[in-house]
Design a protein around this ligand. Structure first.
Ligand code: FAD
Length: 331
């Protein structure tokens, strides 16, 4: 049985959990099994939505690990819950929680684990491809032992419904937990600053801004271009570290991973940690004064020049075309 750990929130299963369920089905197809189950730990805000989402993913059984001791996040307790279901394969999204819990699972079982997996290379023995160094390098890894433990990298697959909707049984259970399973647990949660990265991760067009913009007050031209394109602004880590823009706009290894149709990187050098977050864009356009900057050499298209001249020129052309479009439409 392939078991997927499903993280949930106010809107049901998280996107990365749905991606992982899709990945699990692809793994199941290669292994010759359709037996994909889900383990949902802790309090579930909207069980009806979660059940519908998991049915669309073709999940056969939903194991809900509940009870008072599962109310607060605790990695070892989640691992104990997974262990009690005795899966052959355990998958979770490569989120901080997914990675921590599955490391516990692998350590408890003495089996092998691959983190940030993006693809299945072969099944006998199971060999997977995974991201390392923030996605700059891929390596193949052979996995042995049971259960086989895998975290799936964000955006490794698009979440897709199964061909056949299932009617999954919802099985509540309280895992048996020892004191050792509860030595670390979340005791208090504080709300941080608003951190809505969904606009960025779901955007079809992203305009990126780096140190080359020059200062916190220099973003007007880029915001105008972003608006004209109906896109979303993203930034490099330097920009957030300098306090020019909020952290939730950061793209990269320690920010959001984006996969828009078009990414226009302005004044961004293209360091490996930034590239890790934008390399999935279908088309990358770089605007940079340095013709040798990695972002320029790796981009599909590059404009070598000062962004404060290039960006307003593009915006002007877009405005002009929008005006022409309206005239043509009337004709
Ligand atoms: P710079 O590297 O300083 O590049 C500025 C660019 O702007 C240059 O290429 C320059 O030629 C160009 N430029 C200057 N003036 C103009 C102009 N007028 N017009 C056009 N171009 C101009 N970085 C991230 O972005 N995201 C991450 O998630 C991230 N995670 C990290 C994690 C770790 C553990 C570490 C160590 C680093 C991480 N970094 C991350 C930082 C990363 O290594 C780089 O330092 C950062 O991406 C550089 O930002 P930048 O390209 O804006 O600045």
């Amino acid at each position: 049985m392939i078991l997927v750990v499903v993280e949930t929130g106010a809107d049901g299963a998280t996107i990365t959990s749905l991606e992982t369920l899709t990945f699990a089905r692809l793994l199941g197809a290669q292994l010759g099994t359709q037996n994909v189950a889900a383990l949902v730990p802790g309090t579930v805000d909207d069980a009806t939505t979660v059940r519908e989402q998991l049915a669309a993913q073709g999940v056969e059984t939903i194991h809900h690990a509940g009870g008072q001791r599962m109310e607060r996040y605790c990695a070892a307790a989640w691992a104990a819950a997974i262990e009690s279901v005795a899966p052959d394969y355990v998958l979770a999204a490569g989120t901080p929680r997914g990675s921590e819990v599955l490391a516990h699972v692998a350590a408890r079982a003495g089996s092998s684990m691959a983190a940030n997996v993006v693809d299945i290379v072969s099944t006998n023995p199971l060999t997977v491809s995974r991201q390392v160094m923030g996605g700059a390098v891929y390596e193949e890894m052979r996995l042995e032992g049971r259960p086989t433990v895998i975290t799936v990298a964000g955006h490794a697959v698009e979440p897709a419904d199964a061909d056949r909707t299932s009617d999954p049984a919802w099985q509540d259970f309280e895992p048996e937990l020892g004191e050792a399973d509860l030595v670390t647990a979340v005791v208090r949660v504080e709300e941080g600053e608003a951190d809505d990265t969904s606009a960025l991760t779901g955007a079809r067009v992203v305009v990126g801004a780096g140190r080359g913009v020059g200062g916190a007050d220099e973003f007007e031209e880029l915001l105008e271009l972003t608006n004209l394109l109906g896109g979303t602004l993203g930034v490099s880590r330097v920009v957030t570290s300098l306090g020019w823009r909020p952290h939730h706009e950061q793209i990269g290894q320690t920010g959001s991973r984006i996969s828009p149709d078009v990414y226009i990187a302005c004044g961004i050098s293209g360091a490996v940690q930034h590239w890790a977050g934008c390399q999935s864009a279908k088309t990358i356009v770089a605007i940079n004064t340095d013709a040798d900057a990695p972002m320029v050499t790796k981009a599909d298209y590059a404009i070598v020049g000062d962004l404060h001249e290039v960006v307003p020129a593009i915006s002007e052309e877009l405005r002009r075309r929008a005006g022409l479009g309206a005239a043509t439409g009337r004709g």
